[in-house]
Design a protein. Structure first.
Lengths: 389, 288, 301
């Protein structure tokens, strides 16, 4: 099965695939929700470009179930209200079969409430776990999520720290949905790995300096400090830690940081920091037998060929929209027909679907399908990402 | 241990306060001349910083040239802001003028998105000041730059406003525009000048703030709010007091984080500012 | 050409009702979201249009309404008839109390003080994570339950709630403006010291206008929160206050219909601008700037 999927992936990304039979029949309409303006646009805009690129590849390859795919994408303006409005437009106006996106966790929750009631399969590209967590966030029968869970990144970090014999850590998290998610998961899973959180602080992600928080955490003498935020705030925190006098803890960033922007903004302070990331961040380190290697290499090539690299240099989030569409495609092919209920059932049973961010195996409980082995620990060494020893 | 904490309050407080202070200076320049809160102040910094960054990309900019270029770029930006907002609506209600600066901030953001994209950008450090470590006190390069720039600006602007004919005209405009006009002061020119100076100040500040936080299209409002708060603490009118307001705000934030927690910092700061505004024994009545 | 006030009001609400009856459900959602903003514009009109006081706290009052009602409904799902009036009145009272000490402040300081109210609200929601869900937000599963009418949900029902609220607010606004109290407020706006010396209790009348505005925003927030089904701090952020102020200024504070129309028309236009892609923010700014300038040039001619 894996070999077959690998073959499919290879063909999918191969330019020669243009020779494949042209898709015919009514297009399968897929909705796209991406934050192209507002604060989340840094992630949302490249997601949209990647989604368009992927849809084109799929159609060049003969479409899905022999039918062409049509992507209808709207801008969510980084706002839950607008995301909900656009989701309804997609479902009730454009009659889409399924939705890819949106970008931020708040948007995701607002959309999810509606799509669960309407029975529309949604494969989200949001960072937060809330959308597939159940409990107080409601059922998630129709909601799937392509990026790794926060808990997965936490597990990866804790595994790494345990391997380094580190048991006392401090946590610095941003006061937004992403940071809050990270802090909760770090706390919930600490005992399982024998790790103790001896100090924690929060900061405003729009702030300009977090040296007071960094100092306070350092004063508790942790062996490692974990910073949980997305965007430029992470690099400011790195610089603030680097400027502290005395013995500094090992600085661990979360999976929201890996990418050239972090290196650029943090400069020399980035050196020696470790963080979990997708394998996209260190393709040269992958062994040949890794099923993702060929997918990732083809993805990077297409990313560059389509000119997205110039505007948004490749980072750890770049592959999520590709993965969401890959999951959708695999689900439809497994279902054998383009119907919501069949698609939902098929998505839940997907096994070993090779994407850019990992190899997905879903279940009715797990609507993400990625484990810690889908991530790698990276270390910044002379302004490059390398596999952390 | 206590000494360490106190030193850290100073370190972090100055790092925050220097940024708030330079933002507040720009606010107060425009406010005192035109009675207008400029919501596009953060965007002036953004566009000024991005312009200098692009300039530095194509040519070698020694520190003096960088300062000059930043001042000129900011001056032009500020003047443009004036002629598209206040300059068009001199007789409009202050609120309409205020809202025009909000619209202008969106336009500036739009320009930043179209010309420089949405990714955060890191401008080069053009002012090569070193880190400063004096015993327990440590100031990062960017903080040293911001403080130097701000103090120089306060002194130079203070001299300009106090000692030159033009400066006195500017002050006269700020105190009573009608009377100033009757005395032959070109008040429109003075308004325009205050915008241009605020723009130059914001652009210079970008030389310090840019390398500290990176430049991103949506950074303006966050910076602007803190600058606005600092200017309020300083009372808007006197440059020295306004800058001190920024430093006080920074120190208060740092002290709050170190003694209590960062968790309640923002809430407490804003509550304090409100109380300060309401309770301060100043003759606020009919003032700003 | 001048249209009598009652006629233009009647025409407006008739047109609004027609929109509500004809528009299909999913497009009505957009109308409802714009109406939410329009009610906030009207609420701000009470403080700014009547009393001449700027306020950037409207988002906080709307947020208090939404959070208050949704969180209380989680505990007492059947108590809509108690919760909604309590939340609306409570927020109104709070707004009135907050405004009393702020009455003396001049425009700049008042803007800062009310802006602080908005920021304090947002930060409290972020900090009190166990109650409010923090920045991740909170799912609003409970519906508004009215006796006889049953549970209130759906686009059209919500539309008529918002439209009704707008009509009620408009009625109070007009009644207040033409009353003795309204003239006292107008006097405060015209010349505060003269008003005081004529025996107007400035703090009292202005806090009343502030309180009414706060209550109206809270009511809008209640409907919006339950309707969206999800509440988070970013929905009731400072941006909402700024937008309300922007549209009120475009339409002219003190006018009843123009600001509401400005909010509805410009918001709709701006939501169509998404076809522009990256140029969107720029064009948004230009559009709003143009609207402000057109209003100014029209008024000065």
């Amino acid at each position: 099965m894996a070999r077959f999927l690998l073959l499919v992936a290879t063909l999918l990304l191969c330019p020669a695939a243009a020779l494949a039979a042209a898709p015919a029949g009514d297009p399968i309409v897929v909705g796209g929700l991406f934050a192209q303006s507002g604060p989340a646009a840094v992630v949302g805009t490249p997601s949209k470009l990647v989604a368009e690129m992927t849809v084109k590849q799929i159609n060049d390859m003969g479409g899905i179930l022999g039918r062409p795919v049509k992507l209808v994408a709207y801008d969510t303006e980084s706002s839950p209200d607008v995301a909900l409005r656009q989701a309804r437009q997609l479902v009730e106006g454009d009659k889409v079969l399924a939705i890819i996106g949106p970008t931020s966790t708040g948007e995701g929750l607002a959309v999810k409430k509606y799509t669960e009631e309407k029975h529309v399969p949604v494969i989200m590209t949001v960072g937060g776990d809330a959308v597939v967590a159940g409990g107080k966030f409601g059922p998630y029968d129709w909601t799937f999520k392509a990026p790794q869970r926060t808990a997965t990144a936490v597990a990866k970090i804790y595994d790494y720290l345990k391997g380094k014999n580190i048991s006392k850590i401090a946590v610095l998290s941003s006061k937004d949905a992403f940071g809050q998610d990270g802090l909760t998961e770090l706390k919930d899973n600490a005992a399982k790995y024998g790790i103790e959180i001896i100090a924690e602080e929060t900061f405003d992600p729009k702030g300009t300096d977090f040296s007071a928080q960094a100092f306070k955490l350092q004063a508790a003498k942790p062996q490692a400090a974990v910073v949980w935020t997305i965007g430029p705030a992470g690099s400011i925190a790195a610089k603030n830690f680097a400027a502290l006098p005395g013995e500094r803890p090992l600085l661990v960033q979360c999976h929201g940081q890996p990418g050239p922007t972090y290196l650029e903004l943090a400069g020399e302070a980035a050196g020696g920091t470790v963080m979990p990331g997708t394998k996209l961040m260190a393709p040269e380190s992958l062994p040949d037998e890794d099923p993702q290697k060929i997918v990732i290499e083809a993805f990077i090539k297409a990313y560059k060929d389509n000119g997205i690299q110039e505007k948004f240099p490749l980072n750890t989030h770049s592959g999520y929209a590709y993965d969401a569409l890959t999951l959708l495609r695999a689900g439809l092919e497994k279902a054998g027909k383009a119907e919501p209920e069949a698609l939902r059932a098929a998505l839940e049973k997907l096994e070993r679907v090779v994407g850019v961010s990992g190899v997905y195996t879903m279940s009715s409980q797990d609507h993400n399908g990625l484990g810690p082995d889908s991530m790698i620990m990276l270390i910044v060494d002379s302004n490059r990402y390398k596999l952390a020893p | 241990m206590l000494a360490l904490y106190l030193a850290q309050i100073v370190n972090s407080g100055l790092a925050l306060g220097a940024v708030y202070g330079v933002m507040a200076l720009g606010f107060s320049l425009i406010f005192s001349a035109s009675r207008l809160i400029n919501f596009a102040q953060g965007e002036l910094l953004l566009l000024g910083g991005l312009t200098i960054m692009s300039l530095a990309g194509v040519m070698q900019l020694p520190p003096a040239a960088a300062l000059l270029a930043a001042a000129v770029a900011g001056f032009v930006l500020g003047r443009t802001l004036f002629s598209t907002t206040l300059g068009l609506t001199l007789r409009a209600s202050p609120l309409r003028q205020l809202m025009l600066t909000v619209a202008a901030s969106l336009v500036f953001q739009g320009v930043a998105i179209l010309c420089w994209g949405k990714n955060p950008l890191m401008p080069p450090r053009l002012i090569p000041l070193p880190d400063l470590r004096l015993g327990l006190v440590f100031l990062g390069r960017d903080t040293v730059t911001a403080l130097t720039l701000a103090v120089t600006a306060v002194v130079v602007l203070g001299l300009f406003l106090g000692r030159t004919r033009l400066g006195r005209a500017l002050r006269a405009t700020s105190q009573n525009a009608v009377a100033a006009r009757l005395q032959g002061v070109d008040t429109v020119f003075c308004h325009a000048l205050s915008f241009a100076l605020a723009g130059a100040l914001a652009s210079l500040a970008a030389l310090a703030v840019g390398p500290q936080t990176g430049l991103r299209y949506d950074m303006g409002l966050g910076l602007g709010l803190k600058g606005f708060a600092a200017a309020t603490i300083g009372g808007y009118t006197s440059l020295g007091r306004v800058f001190a307001g920024g430093i006080i705000l920074g120190l208060a934030e740092a002290a709050m984080v170190l003694t209590v927690s960062g968790e309640f910092k923002e809430t407490a700061i804003y509550v304090l500012i409100t109380i300060l505004l309401v309770a301060a024994p100043r003759e606020h009545d009919e003032r700003p | 050409m001048t249209v009598p006030r009652n006629l233009s009001l009647g025409l407006f609400f008739a047109a609004l009702a027609a929109v509500g009856l004809v528009t299909p459900g999913f497009q009505l959602l957009a109308v409802n979201q714009h109406l939410f903003l329009a009610v906030n514009v009207l609420a701000l009109n009470f403080c700014l249009g009547l009393g001449g006081q700027i306020s950037l706290a409207q988002a906080a009052f709307a947020g208090l309404g939404a959070y208050g009602s949704v969180l209380l409904h989680d505990r007492f799902p059947e108590a809509t008839l108690v919760i909604v009036p309590a939340v609306v009145l409570g927020t109104g009272l709070l707004a009135a109390m907050l405004s009393r000490p702020m009455e003396r402040l001049g425009e700049g300081f008042l803007a800062m003080a009310t802006l602080c109210v908005s920021l304090v609200f947002t930060n409290l929601v972020l900090t009190l994570e166990t109650v409010t869900g923090g920045s991740a937000g909170h799912m609003a599963n409970a519906r508004l339950n009215l006796p006889l009418l049953g549970s209130l949900s759906g686009d059209r029902a919500t539309f008529f709630c918002f439209a009704g609220l707008l009509a009620l607010g408009s009625y109070i606004f007009l009644a207040l403006r033409d009353s003795r109290l309204g003239r006292a407020l107008a006097a405060c706006q015209g010349d505060a010291q003269a008003a005081s010396s004529l025996g107007v209790d400035r703090a009292a009348v202005r806090s009343l206008s502030f309180g009414l505005g706060g209550g109206l925003s809270a009511a809008a927030g209640v409907i919006h929160g339950h309707y969206t089904g999800f509440i988070s701090p970013e929905q009731y952020h400072l941006e909402l206050s700024l937008k309300a102020l922007l549209f009120l200024v475009i339409g002219g504070p003190g006018n009843l219909l123009r600001p509401i129309l400005a909010a509805l028309v410009l918001e709709t236009a701006m939501s169509w601008l998404s076809v522009l892609g990256d140029a969107r923010t720029l064009v948004n700014g230009l559009l709003l700037g143009a609207a402000l300038l057109v209003g100014y040039w029209r008024a000065s001619r």
